[in-house]
Ligand binder design. Structure first.
Ligand code: 3PG
Length: 208
């Protein structure tokens, strides 16, 4: 089950990457994103509130809430216990893969090179996160990987924006992209859920 991450990446063209400080914003934020058409939500474990945020968002109807920035086996266990239905990691270690497999947590594991992608493919991960996408060369890199590595599909994340998302989404080996632009910190802080729903709607309308 930890390798079953394809449906997640097909749910919408964009997976919002969320760094949330205040758990009180979790529910209305998730509701706005889901209403705008983005059901899969990645809550990064980078704030003290992150596990509470996952607990709150997991109750939002229509949402598929996951935990990002998984670095340790303990992160995996805590995320799963909080209600995360998938995990995302910046890279992939044996410990992280073992922990996700043991906890039945579908994982979107990060890669930056063909060797890393091949190693994950050997373990059965045919859908991977390309990270950090723009800094590693962006869409031309994934385009170049599509010939020698056609059986791997990607979710590029890191530096993806409305400007470059279409370049990634037009590639045959890209299922979706990850990005934080749909939930700007100032809009979250102000509780401007209408603005966030509008950003989500635009993101959900991107063609792939
Ligand atoms: C991150 O590390 O926060 C994710 O890759 C999202 O990055 P972004 O802010 O560039 O979308």
């Amino acid at each position: 089950a930890s390798r079953e991450n394809e449906a997640l990446c097909r749910a919408a063209p964009v997976i919002p990457v969320l760094v949330i400080k205040d758990a009180a914003t979790a529910r209305p934020l998730a509701e706005a994103l889901v209403k705008g058409g983005l059901p899969a939500l990645e809550v990064t474990l980078r704030t003290p509130a992150a596990l509470d945020v996952i607990r709150e968002m997991a109750q939002v109807e229509g949402g598929i809430v996951g935990a990002g920035t998984l670095l340790t086996a303990e992160d995996v266990e805590k995320a799963k216990a909080a209600g995360a239905r998938f995990g995302v990691s910046p890279g992939a270690t044996d410990r992280i893969l073992d922990a996700c497999e043991a906890n039945d947590l579908p994982l979107l594991p990060g890669v930056a090179t063909p060797s890393e992608a091949m190693r994950l493919l050997e373990r059965g991960y045919t859908v991977q996160k390309f990270f950090p996408a723009e800094a590693n060369g962006g869409a031309p890199v994934l385009k170049a990987w599509s010939s020698p590595l056609p059986q791997i599909r990607f979710c590029p994340t890191g530096g993806v924006s409305t400007k470059n998302a279409p370049d990634y989404l037009s590639l045959p080996n890209v299922l979706c992209v990850g990005g934080s632009w749909v939930a700007p910190g100032d809009a979250v802080a102000k509780g401007d859920w209408g603005a966030i729903e509008a950003l989500a709607r635009d993101a959900a309308a991107l063609s792939r």
